[in-house]
Ligand binder design. Sequence first.
Ligand code: SAH
Length: 224
Amino acid sequence: MRIDIITCLPEILKGPLDQSILKRAIEKGKVEVCVHNLRDFADNKHKSVDDYAYGGKAGMVLMIEPIDKCIQTLKDNRAYDEVIYMSPDGKRFEQPMANELSLCKNIILLCGHYKGVDERVREHLITREISIGDYVLSGGEIAAAVVADSIIRLLPGVLSDESSALTDSFQDGMIAPPVYTRPAEYKGLKVPEVLLSGNEKLIEDWLADQAEQRTKKRRPELLD
Ligand code: SAH
């Protein structure tokens, strides 16, 4: 899979893509992530990609031209399943959407900034809009990192078998059971006996029961 991220602030994306699971996935070639600086597609001599909003209201708006040029350049080289604009009023991003997007071959994530992008971008250049929640961020970069992370960890060969994404919360409509590691006792706090028993059947049953109890308590609506 390939993920192209379009942004006017590529620096923000460096950290998240350069650590731990995502870094290894990229190094192992399980996914290709390319970050594109909108400024590289700005024609004017100041390389500016934003301008004042028409109508005299406060806040800058990302211009359509550099965004259009960047998307066209990418499309000239390959076909994209989706061109996605990160937006607080888009469809709420949840696990099923991550699962769906992880099956794509090529996607573009477009990050807005300031007041957002010129509405004509949203009307004509993109195929869907995704929000990571009902709050407003300064830019789409962190939202794009969230979406990219949740997709990449689902790709084959990215997680080891033991940490399979299938046993994580939300995959089977349940919250994941608790996890423990050594020591078996810390300041009198004990790991549940059953996990030390070595009895696979008992452990499986206990984990399933814990998942159910937790889901009932924390997220009962998932069971509906
Ligand atoms: N004026 C817009 C908010 C702009 S925030 C409004 O009121 O709806 C600047 C940029 O941050 C947006 O263009 C978008 O790309 C990104 N962004 C902010 N909040 C987001 C969220 N919850 N999910 C996804 N992207 C978000």
